[in-house]
Design a protein around this ligand. Structure first.
Ligand SMILES: Cc1ncc(COP(=O)(O)O)c(C=O)c1O
Length: 321
């Protein structure tokens, strides 16, 4: 048993995700860039139309069930991938779902919001600035009626949620071992910090000597570094592991104008992955993450001698927005 598996044994865990996800070479993109590029297909985690959030829910829903909760509250934007998976997890495990979503109620829901509606989640549409206030009101109202509520911040990025990617890192290490390739980089889209915190904690536990880089899609570099470090440290504290802040690498150069606004390079990366590999990214997260990956090849931050893994964190439903 690996060190990570041993440490994670103490936490309750459900099998929401279908694991392991595929891991394979990006043949045409490797040829195009002259680099050795591989992909971890967490767009194929199998539950509720997939994505990185199912790994977080392996631990989050187990924690909610252990606490005897009967209701889940989640926060996000109208096209939140997290809230889509939350809706599906809630119905699958028999808990009520309440979603506080920033954005107006559209005449006809599309993309992730279409799925939330199909799953009959109770949805409150509020302006972005009133999201937290509304979430607190809903929480108070439900608990005052005797409901046992499991409350999650955006992205499910709590210490418990981030354990999903500590387990994910263990899986990636097995992929690496099986491939026989000395990967030097892991690159992925980063936002609410949970995915990267889990990966970084995995690196802290195992001492893997490559570099994990989170391409920020919205949060300024310094702020996201702080968030990732804090979350990784809190998750580490639950198992007696300390995290070195030097393990946290964030690149904020690919954000563009902000959350949900695709850059030119993001759009070009979506096309490039679709045309060359038949793999679909999204405008909010993975398109920006991949724009960082491809730019790193251009700029020789990733070289042919330094193979890289891109984690596809899902989100393609947003293309149907
Ligand atoms: C498709 C996709 N990729 C990446 C991310 C970033 O993950 P995290 O919020 O854990 O940093 C998210 C969620 O925010 C997402 O939905």
């Amino acid at each position: 048993m690996s060190d990570i598996s041993r440490l994670l044994q103490q936490f309750p865990r459900e099998k929401v995700s279908l694991l392991p996800t595929p891991f394979h070479r990006l043949d045409r993109l490797s040829e195009m860039t002259g680099c050795e590029l591989w992909i971890k297909r967490d767009d194929l985690t199998g539950f509720g139309l997939s994505g990185n959030k199912t790994r977080k829910f392996d631990f989050l829903i187990a924690d909610a069930m252990k606490q005897g909760c009967d209701t889940l509250i989640g926060i996000g934007a109208n096209q939140s991938n997290f809230c889509r998976i939350l809706s599906a997890v809630g119905t699958r495990f028999g808990l009520d779902v309440h979603l506080i979503l920033s954005g107006e109620k559209p005449d006809k829901p599309t993309g992730n919001l279409l799925i939330d509606n199909l799953l009959e989640a109770t949805i409150y549409h509020v302006p972005r600035t009133e999201r937290d206030k509304k979430a607190n009101m809903v929480y108070e109202e439900l608990t005052s009626k005797g409901r046992r509520v499991y409350f999650m911040p955006p992205g499910g990025s709590t210490p418990v949620g981030s354990l999903g990617y500590t387990a994910g890192f263990d899986e990636i290490l097995k992929d690496i071992k099986q491939s026989g390739i000395n990967f030097r980089h892991i690159i992925h889209a980063s936002s609410s910090a949970g995915t990267q915190a889990g990966l970084v904690l995995g690196q802290a536990i195992t001492g893997w000597d490559g570099r994990i880089t989170g391409i920020s899609v919205d949060v300024p570099e310094k702020e996201l570094s702080k968030n990732v470090y804090q979350l990784a440290s809190e998750a580490g504290a639950m198992m007696g592991v300390s995290v070195n802040p030097d393990l946290v690498h964030i690149d904020g150069k690919y954000i563009g104008e902000g959350y949900g606004i695709p850059t030119k390079a993001c759009l070009a990366s979506i096309k490039s992955f679709a045309f060359n590999e038949g793999i679909f990214l999204d405008n909010v997260y993975t398109g920006k993450g991949a724009s960082g990956l491809l730019d790193y090849c251009d700029k020789k931050i990733i070289t042919p001698e330094e193979p890289a893994i891109f984690i596809h964190t899902g989100g393609f439903i947003q293309l149907f927005e």
